[in-house]
Unconditional design. Structure first.
Lengths: 327, 235
């Protein structure tokens, strides 16, 4: 029953996303939703590491920017074929991810968060100061939109919306498969207790590094999509505020859940669009909201719902058994 | 098979183990007795690689394993079943078991066969295979912890206080299961407070006191030993 419901819900959501541009033929909304999908991909990456493996990374805007700049530089300066550059960008991000991960993962908990926060800021500084390569504060202009695939053109906002949506579906599917595989379980095992995982023969370093690199892959992929969608990138996409945006999306949606990143990102993006008139005072609403969520519902929207459902099921089970006993 | 030679372990300045010598032969059940804090768990953690010794050797089949990383030691066939039934509470019973077989993840058919064996040994785990581990009773959780350790197909199992917090009847069952596991070819090193029950299935034992082995001998000798009886058997 539950499986059918879940599948049905998924089907409805996908259908809704497909027909959304047809019922709301507003360019602006389509633009915002495409951007939200791109952020969602990055949040899925962050969630794999921070949610499932328990290592809170604050460097993800940096990796996002590395993906974006890889695509930008490869297409603008090297003038590489778009699709080749598109595939190389997440891979470059991964390679840098391996190098940073090997050092960062020697630390734990708060220290890992602090260390990655610094790494993220250093990435921002490098992009900002390395004028000759990245264009510094002026940024990179003239990044091409996704090249046509055969006769399918990807230069209109509508086609880009569907393109990003398909990639998002692929991301969710792969994350689903990873989380439900033995590798994913070993990530969760490490999150629960590293010594316990070790005593079962799980090598923490190897698994943490796998999680870290996978997580940077998604961040890099999102960055590459961002670069070819916005077609202009500046160093501010590596800045700490972006990291904390991603973090907010993840925590509001539900850390360590599959639907959390999607729910959180869409909700917060929609909210901040509707509160546009408040300008930067929006943070006066988001700040307390985030604090309240962390105190009263640390599982976020998705996590709290799952907990509530688990409790209800448990209650039903107990009622059933007592009824059986009475009968 | 497993031999500890002059093993010394420190936590900071505190010496938790002082020159411990211990020997376990293939197919034996050896029990470690001692009060809380005597050094039984430290011995286990050091064998499984979670602690590093300051000096001394740990030999497995003539090969030194001291200082190796825990996952390598599990691959060599030593699996620890930690105290207090440390399980992954939110994961289901079957997921916990499958994680226990992590080192054999390449051999799917063999893992499935081992899973069947564990389910045969503890049928209740099969019944509850899709329940979260946290919802099991104490005894069932201990069975799951032992079953999870068995999934790695260990040659040598370290069992840390499997009877802790269990009802007497369950304890009896637990020891029967341990004996059965041993008869099927797994060598067992067992830490216990319940000396009577433990010595009744053991070949020999070591008595710990503040980080040192103070008495050692066959199970009969220990049961006959006046001081051991007073301290641990309560007769």
């Amino acid at each position: 029953m539950a499986v059918v419901n879940k599948k049905g819900l998924l089907f409805v959501l996908i259908l809704l996303a497909i027909i959304f541009p047809l019922i709301v033929p507003n360019q602006y909304y389509i633009h915002i939703l495409t951007l939200a999908f791109i952020w969602t991909i990055a949040v899925y990456g962050l969630n794999l590491l921070s949610g499932y493996t328990g290592y809170l990374s604050l460097a993800h805007a940096g990796f996002f920017a590395i993906g974006a700049y890889s695509l930008g530089l490869l297409t603008v300066k090297v003038e590489l074929n778009y699709w080749l550059a598109f595939m190389l960008s997440p891979i470059i991000t991964c390679i840098i991810g391996v190098m940073i991960g090997l050092i960062a993962l020697r630390t734990k908990e708060h220290f890992f968060a602090i260390y990655t926060l610094c790494v993220g800021y250093i990435i921002y500084l490098i992009i900002d100061k390395w004028d000759s390569l990245t264009g510094g504060v002026r940024g990179l202009i003239g990044i091409p939109a996704p090249a046509d695939i055969g006769f399918i053109s990807l230069s209109t906002p509508l086609s880009q919306y569907y393109f990003v949506f398909i990639i998002l579906l692929l991301v969710i599917f792969t994350v689903y498969r990873i989380v439900h595989s033995l590798t994913g379980r070993s990530f969760t095992a490490i999150r629960n207790s590293e010594p316990l995982a070790q005593s079962l023969g799980i090598s923490p370093m190897r698994n943490k590094l796998t999680s870290f690199v996978l997580s940077t892959f998604y961040a890099g992929l999102a960055g590459a999509l961002y670069a070819s969608f916005i077609r202009f990138i500046g160093p501010e996409i590596a800045y700490t505020t972006i990291t904390f945006d991603l973090l907010t999306y993840m925590i509001v949606g539900g850390i360590g859940t599959l639907s959390g990143p999607l729910i959180g990102t869409l909700l917060i993006v929609w909210l901040s669009q509707n509160l546009q008139f408040l300008q930067d005072y929006r943070m006066l609403i988001f700040g307390p909201l985030l604090t309240l969520i962390i105190i009263f519902a640390p599982g976020g929207i998705s996590g709290t719902f799952l907990q509530w459902r688990a409790r209800r099921k448990e209650k039903q089970r107990i009622n059933m058994t007592t009824m059986k006993k009475q009968a | 098979m497993l031999k500890l030679v002059n093993l010394t372990v420190k936590y900071g300045n505190f010496e938790a183990l002082h020159r411990v010598n211990l020997e376990v032969d293939h197919g034996e059940i050896v029990v470690l007795l001692g009060a809380n804090g005597a050094g039984k768990s430290t011995t286990f953690q050091t064998i499984s690689g979670l602690n590093k010794p300051v000096s001394g050797h740990i030999m497995l089949n003539g090969q030194s394993i001291a200082g190796k990383s825990p996952d390598k030691i599990v691959k060599m066939g030593i699996v620890q079943c930690a105290e207090d039934r440390k399980l992954f509470q939110q994961m289901t019973v079957q997921e916990n078991l499958m994680l226990g077989g992590y080192v054999h993840r390449g051999k799917k058919s063999r893992l499935r066969a081992t899973l069947q064996e564990v389910f045969e040994l503890f049928p209740i785990l099969y019944e509850k295979r899709s329940n979260p581990a946290g919802s099991l009773s104490g005894g069932q959780q201990q069975m799951l912890a032992i079953g999870r350790a068995l999934m790695a197909k260990p040659e040598f199992m370290l069992l840390d206080e499997p009877s802790i917090g269990l009802a007497p009847l369950i304890v009896e069952q637990m020891f029967k299961s341990i004996q059965q596991i041993n008869q099927e070819g797994t060598t067992i090193l067992l830490a216990e407070q319940n000396a009577n029950a433990a010595l009744s299935i053991a070949d020999k034992g070591y008595v710990y006191e503040s980080g040192k082995v103070v008495v050692q001998g066959s199970a009969e000798e220990l049961l006959a030993n006046e001081e051991v009886r007073k301290a641990y058997v309560g007769a």
